[in-house]
Design a protein around this ligand. Structure first.
Ligand SMILES: [Zn+2]
Length: 653
């Protein structure tokens, strides 16, 4: 029996283990359909492995994807080439391959025929061929061929590049940078690569003409078409039933053992759809009530909201929802979110879900989520069941933890589940329409289908970057998606000639400057330091926030708040001045950092609600977007301070 999933563990430079999940899928050449296991249920034959770039969480190509791919190939290689090699009556799959922006390997007849890649430089897609596709295009009389003379054939087949003197003819539409294929005098395809010259310079100049990427003869012949997803379901029926049975058994066991109210966190995506279906069937069989939790991050696609509403209404499921309005408020306080600066997930998703659970399930609940280990390396290290660190008393579990994306999709087709229309409309993942994890290609798609939404973001980020003196190109190529650009992005910036440093120095951050060193207090055993914030403070808000360390004393008239705790004391004035006193000289700097953190938090709180889950005394209230600590309930445990995302991120004034 084959193992479906292998996990290799290597060690990174710092000695930490890095997990690579490698996924294996198979193909029945007889039925011309993908298989989740190596044996085909339909004809009984043994499938061959689908070779793709790891991790290989392959997915179906939907209408939009297929049309885009065909267009790219038609445009590059001639009128009907795309329609010929990616026909309507075959099961075509895509594999997201590592690249600087979006790139998909296209699987037809169980083999990667080609890829399409989004190129930032020209804001469009380019094809990448494999020899199989190149020989098909050649046989179909397509464009972009370069004919070499007999003398150059051997050199090319020994991985040498093609120089101009070895070329006898080149198809007229070839432009420098195009993907081209090389044919021998007998018109057989022998290699492919990148054109280094336009067609008219191929034969009559000297030097490198085609940089060869792949070479050799392709023995590939097309398999007969005529397949549908029904055939795929049939070929995988046994595995599907087994997988479903296992997932349901898992869900049932968890429900019995955890013994709490049952919820399903629904996002509008395919994984949560399958999870919902599994849990729903278990709960119906066992006659258990359950509800659905849905958080509207405020950045949901209208399609997702409509789909979710329709689906849950049709299924007659009790749904508990919360809408977050925090994104724009937080944007003004933190700036754009980044892949290395992901405040948005915390403020717009985690906070609202914490509030939702706390409101409806004060004693905690069991939440089923559609997390899969193949989604990311960090997910791969997680377990199938875990305690939510943000919401006390909440257990989360994923019945489809070890499912692949293809498994999820075939299950959806098998059960005839109604899925989000965005999948057929160019989106591989469903989430916020503005997400720093997105590729530029995805942003382009958002701006096409929802120009009104995109414009809102575009205006906001344009204003933000203009104020700070970032270049137009910096904005255009989405460099705001990192606070610190990784090496690969720095390389792109250099290649594109984009200035990544802002022209202005923008220094409007809230900061506590200590103006005196630690000095003894006259007539006392204590020591003190003094400093000031670089802005005036909302002293009532600051005073309330001070509750997390101790009950504050506020003098509204003078605009001063004082707190005392553990032998330390602090005075903070509305114009930003601070005096801190304590017994231990060596602790004073730490104490001043703590005071600064609380002031930051008070200035940057967006009332996201994450801290609600941490407060055992239920002393925190969020009313009409305002955060308030109830002085009479708070026991100054500081847990809420430690959980606050705002204290982590640099405050912008
Ligand atoms: Zn078969």
């Amino acid at each position: 029996m084959h193992t479906l999933i292998t996990i290799n563990v290597t060690v990174d430079k710092m000695g930490k283990p890095v997990y690579h999940t490698k996924i294996e899928h198979f193909w029945c050449d007889n039925c011309n359909v993908p298989l989740l296991r190596d044996a085909c249920n339909k004809c009984g034959s043994i499938g061959s492995k689908i070779e793709v770039t790891p991790p290989g969480d392959i997915r179906p190509a939907f209408d939009y994807d297929l049309n885009l791919i065909r267009e790219v190939f038609n445009e590059n290689f001639g009128k009907d080439i795309g329609n010929n090699i990616f026909p309507d009556d075959k099961i075509i799959l895509l594999n997201n391959a590592p690249s600087l922006d979006k790139m998909d390997e296209i699987i037809v007849d169980g083999k990667v025929l080609a890829s399409v890649q989004y190129f930032l430089q020209n804001d469009g897609y380019k094809p990448h061929l494999r020899l199989k596709a190149a020989s098909m295009i050649n046989r179909a009389g397509g464009n972009k061929w370069v004919r070499c003379d007999e003398g150059a054939v051997d050199a090319i087949l020994q991985s040498k590049n093609l120089l101009s003197p070895g070329i006898t003819a080149a198809e007229r539409s070839i432009k420098k940078g195009d993907e081209v294929y090389v044919i021998n005098p007998e018109s057989e395809t022998i290699a492919l690569g990148i054109a280094y010259k336009n067609a008219d310079e191929m034969t009559n100049t000297k030097g490198l003409a085609v940089k060869i990427r792949r070479f050799g003869f392709s023995t590939y012949s097309q398999l007969p078409g005529g397949q549908s997803w029904e055939d795929v379901v049939q070929a995988n029926e046994k595995v599907l039933k087994k997988k479903e049975e296992k997932a349901k058994k898992f869900a049932k066991n968890v429900i019995e053992n955890v013994n709490r109210d049952v919820c399903v966190a629904f996002s509008g995506g395919k994984d949560s759809l399958v999870t919902l279906n599994i849990v729903r069937e278990v709960c119906e069989e066992e006659e258990i009530d359950f509800s659905v939790l849905f958080v509207d991050t405020g950045l949901e696609f209208p399609e997702t909201l409509e789909y979710t509403e329709d689906l849950l209404r049709d299924l007659e499921i009790d749904v508990k929802t919360k809408k977050s309005d925090e994104f724009w408020k937080a944007f003004s306080k933190f700036g754009p979110p980044g892949r290395d600066f992901r405040w948005c997930c915390k403020t717009c998703k985690l906070g609202p879900i914490t509030t939702l659970i706390k409101k409806h399930f004060p004693k905690g609940c069991l939440t089923f989520v559609g997390q899969r280990k193949h989604e990311s390396e960090s997910r791969a290290r997680q377990k199938k069941i875990w305690k939510n660190p943000w919401v006390p008393g909440q257990i989360a579990a994923s019945p489809i933890f070890d499912w692949t994306a293809l498994n999820v999709w075939i299950y959806i087709f098998w059960k005839g589940l109604k899925y989000n229309s965005l999948y057929s409309n160019g989106f591989e993942r469903i989430g916020c329409w503005m997400c720093p994890s997105s590729d530029i290609a995805e942003f382009r798609r958002v701006s096409e289908i929802h120009p009104e939404l995109w414009k809102k973001w575009d205006n906001a980020i344009a204003e933000w970057s203009y104020e700070r003196g970032y270049s137009q190109e910096w904005l255009k190529f989405g460099f705001w998606r990192w606070q610190r650009l990784p090496k690969s992005q720095l390389a792109i910036a250099t290649e594109l000639g984009v200035e990544i440093k802002p022209k202005k120095t923008y220094d409007k951050r809230l900061d506590l400057q200590i103006v005196t060193g630690v000095r003894p207090c006259l007539g006392e055993k204590k020591v003190s330091i003094e400093g000031s914030f670089n802005t005036s403070l909302d002293i009532e808000k600051t005073a309330n926030m001070m509750n997390c360390i101790s009950k504050p004393i506020l003098n509204k008239e003078l605009g001063i708040v004082m707190v005392k705790w553990n032998g330390n004391s602090a005075w903070i004035s509305k114009n930003g001045n601070v005096v801190i006193r304590g017994y231990k000289k060596e602790e004073l700097n730490e104490v001043s950092n703590l005071i600064a953190e609380i002031v930051y938090r008070s200035a940057k709180c967006v009332s996201c609600g994450i801290c609600l889950g941490k407060c055992k005394e239920n002393a925190i209230f969020i009313e009409e977007g305002n955060f308030l600590i109830d002085e009479n309930k708070c026991n100054h445990c500081m847990e809420c301070l430690n959980s606050c995302p705002a204290t982590k991120y640099a405050p912008i004034l």
